[in-house]
Design a protein around this ligand. Structure first.
Ligand SMILES: [Zn+2]
Length: 335
């Protein structure tokens, strides 16, 4: 297909080369042309009024396309967050360094970014090899990005990923992978048209600081608590990307079996040929903060891996192709 197009271009260039000899006085054709050169007739009809031929002054942006997802954008985030910033519990200076970096990337991509600050209690890291390590109380932030198209009371969608880690893990898969996919989605949708306005959120302090259901997901709970009645009623779906760089298929997890939002995502994946596995009983990420408050939420990711919550959670654990599959699925859902 490419070769044919290139051949056509070459032919056009050659034709153009032939006609350009008319400009050269030294190479007049030896025989007169069979037909007179076409001239613009003076009686040509006037051009139709501009309103019917020109695009409207406010051009509709091009629709988002999963093919615009770049895995390099996602992997850059994984390498930076896990390889340069390192462990970043939600109330630490390293977390704020990571938040600054993500805010800068989103701003560069053309998104409008706001910070939402919230308080996080101290506690003890709860899951995996870092269990029992103390984590300090303090403030954390959510990084919230929009394209300026969210209208109060009108339907909207949210896509999020947590940016924090447990204390001793650099968190490549958990969850620089989700942030990387979020930035790839941000890039593919910047200045483009989605079926509804989208809000992107990098959540702070997702990781557990105790055993109960109130000891984790602090950033997403603060975000949900900040939504107005109008915003709650018009939210059509929230997708959390958490551990999305391991395995050959994308887990699509809902709290309940038969969740309509999960079905939407599974359909979007089928449309673009991304392999998925449907899961239920999934409460272990930021989508749960939405669902437990009566809002629609689903999680992508969760495939088990060796480095979970350990110092071995390094960029080499993350498969760029799985990041790409996840980000493509989200863009297909937003399309
Ligand atoms: Zn996580």
């Amino acid at each position: 297909m490419r070769a044919v197009a290139a051949g056509a271009v070459t032919a056009l260039v050659l034709l153009a080369g032939c006609t350009s000899s008319d400009d050269d006085p030294g190479t007049a054709p030896s025989t007169p042309p069979a037909e007179p050169a076409p001239t613009t007739p003076e009686t040509s009809p006037p051009a139709p009024p501009p309103s019917t031929t020109q695009p409207p002054t406010t051009e509709t942006p091009v629709r988002v396309d999963p093919d615009d997802v770049r895995e390099a954008t996602a992997m850059r985030a994984v390498r930076h967050l896990a390889g340069v910033v390192g462990p970043r519990p939600g109330t630490t200076p390293a977390y704020f360094e990571a938040a600054d970096w993500v805010e800068k990337r989103l701003t560069e991509l053309g998104w409008q970014v706001e910070r939402q600050s919230f308080r996080v209690p101290g506690g003890f890291s709860h899951a995996g090899p870092t269990e029992g390590i103390p984590v300090d109380a303090g403030r954390s932030v959510n990084i919230i990005a929009t394209r300026g198209d969210v209208v109060p009371g009108e339907p909207w969608l949210a896509v999020g990923a947590h940016l924090d880690t447990v204390p001793t893990s650099p968190g490549a898969e958990d969850n620089a992978s989700g942030i990387g996919a979020l930035l790839a989605v941000a890039e593919a949708t910047a200045g483009r048209r989605t079926r509804l306005p989208v809000v992107l959120v990098a959540f702070g302090a997702e990781e557990p600081r105790g055993p109960s259901d109130d000891d984790h997901h602090y950033g997403s709970r603060a975000y949900v608590a900040s939504l107005t009645v109008d915003q709650r009623q018009s939210l059509r779906g929230m997708v959390a990307m958490d551990r999305v760089g391991v395995g050959p298929v994308v887990p699509v997890g809902s709290v309940e079996e038969g969740d309509p939002l999960r079905a939407e995502l599974l359909r979007a994946a089928r449309r673009i040929g991304v392999p998925t596995v449907a899961e239920s009983g999934q409460r272990s990420s930021d989508h749960w903060s939405f669902v437990r408050d009566g809002l629609p939420g689903v999680r992508l990711g969760s495939t088990p891996y060796a480095g979970y919550h350990s110092a071995q959670d390094l960029p080499s654990a993350v498969d760029p192709e799985q990041l790409e599959r996840t980000a493509r699925l989200v863009v297909a859902w937003l399309r």
